[in-house]
Design a protein around this ligand. Structure first.
Ligand SMILES: *[C@@H]1O[C@H](CO)[C@@H](O)[C@H](O)[C@H]1NC(C)=O
Ligand SMILES: *[C@@H]1O[C@H](CO)[C@@H](O)[C@H](O)[C@H]1NC(C)=O
Length: 338
C-alpha cells in the first residue's frame, strides 16, 4: 500500500498546465466490484465499467498491473488502462417491472457505445489556464466516491459535487441537483461524479477506499482551496459524466401516479443520494503525469489516441453471465427499492 515518497518530488517540480477531456466506450456491464467486494462474483449491484480490459473480479495491487495485463482500452487515450465505474440506471414502470436505461454519447463523440466522458483537471473546468501543479496517481492507487447505502440529503453532504443535470439538449450543463431530477429530462439525465483532489501522499488505498483522499480544507477545488495538512498532495480532479438516455421514459402517464420520479440506481436507490463511482488507476508509465505537465487544454498531443470504432471494440469478458435487460421483475441481485 505504500508508495515511495522520493518519487513524489518528481511530480511536483514541473509547472503544470493541463486539462484532459476524453470519451470512453463501455468496456462491460456486469455485477462486479473489484474495489468494494473483491473476489465476489456476483457483487451486490450492477455496474457500467470503462477502461482497460484487464478489469476482473479481483484487482489487488501489486499482483494486478492494469497496463501490462490489459490488451486494449475502451478510452480514446490508449495509454489509459484505468477502470472507472458507476451504478446503472433503471426505469421502474407503474406495474413494478424495471428496464435498464440506455446510455448515449456526448456531442462530438457520436457513435461511442455507452461509456462516459472523463476529465482530469489541474484547476476548475472553465479555467483555461490550468496553472496549478498536480501529482498524477501512482500504480496501485484507487478510490471510491459516494456511498451506495446513502438515502438522505443530509448523508450526501459528506461528499461534494455528486450531482445530476437534467439535460434538455447536448448543451445543458445547469442547474445541477443532488437528488434525481423531479421532472422528465428531454434528452438525458447526466450523472456527474467529481472525486476529491487531495491525497495523503502515502497510501494507495484505505479501508473505506476514501480516507486516503480529501477535499480542500478551505474553499473548494474550483476556488483553488488548499489541501489539508493530513492530505497535502494535490492530485488531478477526475470528473466522470454519464448520460442516461431517458427519452423513452418521459411520458407522464408512465410516471408514478403520486408525482415521484421513476428512476432507480441498480442498488435500489430511488432518491439519487447514493450516487457513487470507483476508480482504479492504470495509466501506462508516467503518461498521465506528462500529460498533466503538458500545457494543453482539452487536447493532449503527447498522448496516443484511437478511433471511436476501436474504443467500441474493446470489451471485457462476461464473468457473471446474468441477464439485466428487458422488463425485469426485480433489479439484478434482487435489491429492494429505497
Ligand atoms: C481474471 O482472473 C482470473 C483468475 O485469476 C483469470 O483466470 C482470468 O484470466 C482473468 N481475466 C482477465 C480478463 O484478466
Ligand atoms: C409493465 O410495464 C411496461 C411499461 O409500460 C410494459 O412494457 C410491460 O409489458 C409491462 N409488463 C407487464 C408484465 O405487464
Amino acid at each position: 500500500m505504500k508508495w515511495n515518497a522520493a518519487t513524489a518530488v518528481l511530480g511536483l517540480v514541473a509547472p503544470t498546465d493541463a486539462l484532459l477531456r476524453f470519451g470512453c466506450a463501455r468496456l462491460t456491464v456486469q455485477r462486479l466490484d473489484p474495489l468494494v467486494t473483491p473476489g465476489q462474483n456476483p457483487s451486490p449491484h450492477l455496474h457500467q465499467i470503462i477502461g482497460g480490459d484487464s478489469f476482473n473480479v479481483s484487482m489487488d495491487h501489486p499482483n494486478h498491473d492494469l497496463p501490462s495485463l490489459s490488451t486494449c482500452t475502451s478510452c480514446q487515450f490508449t495509454e489509459d488502462f484505468s477502470n472507472y465505474w458507476t451504478a446503472v440506471l433503471y426505469f421502474r414502470a407503474r406495474n413494478g417491472t424495471f428496464k435498464r436505461v440506455p446510455q448515449i454519447a456526448q456531442a462530438g463523440m457520436e457513435g461511442t457505445q455507452g461509456g462516459m466522458v472523463v476529465y482530469y483537471m489541474s484547476d476548475a473546468l472553465f479555467d483555461t489556464a490550468q496553472r496549478s501543479s498536480v501529482t498524477a496517481f501512482k500504480p496501485g492507487f484507487r478510490m471510491l466516491i459516494g456511498d451506495a447505502s446513502y438515502k438522505s440529503r443530509d448523508q450526501s453532504r459528506d461528499f461534494r459535487q455528486l450531482t445530476y443535470t437534467c439535460m434538455e439538449n447536448q448543451g445543458s450543463r445547469s442547474p445541477e441537483s443532488i437528488g434525481f431530477p423531479k421532472t422528465p429530462c428531454k434528452l438525458a439525465i447526466m450523472a456527474n461524479h467529481r472525486f476529491p483532489t487531495c491525497w495523503d501522499g502515502v497510501n494507495l488505498d484505505s479501508p473505506s477506499h476514501r480516507e486516503h483522499v480529501a477535499y480542500p480544507e478551505t474553499g473548494t477545488f474550483e476556488s483553488g482551496g488548499t489541501c489539508p495538512s493530513t492530505h497535502p498532495v494535490k492530485i488531478p480532479q477526475i470528473l466522470l459524466e454519464t448520460l442516461w438516455d431517458t427519452s423513452a421514459f418521459n411520458k407522464k402517464e408512465d410516471w408514478p401516479a403520486d408525482g415521484s420520479q421513476p428512476f432507480v440506481w441498480s442498488n435500489g436507490d430511488s432518491t439519487g443520494f447514493s450516487s457513487h463511482a470507483d476508480y482504479v488507476f492504470g495509466w501506462k508509465g508516467d503518461s498521465l503525469q506528462k500529460a498533466m505537465d503538458g500545457h494543453t487544454y482539452v487536447s493532449a498531443p503527447m498522448l496516443k489516441t484511437q478511433s471511436i470504432a476501436q474504443q467500441n471494440k474493446c470489451v471485457a469478458k462476461d464473468m457473471v453471465r446474468e441477464n439485466f435487460d428487458g422488463w425485469l421483475k426485480e433489479l439484478p441481485g434482487g435489491n429492494a427499492i429505497f
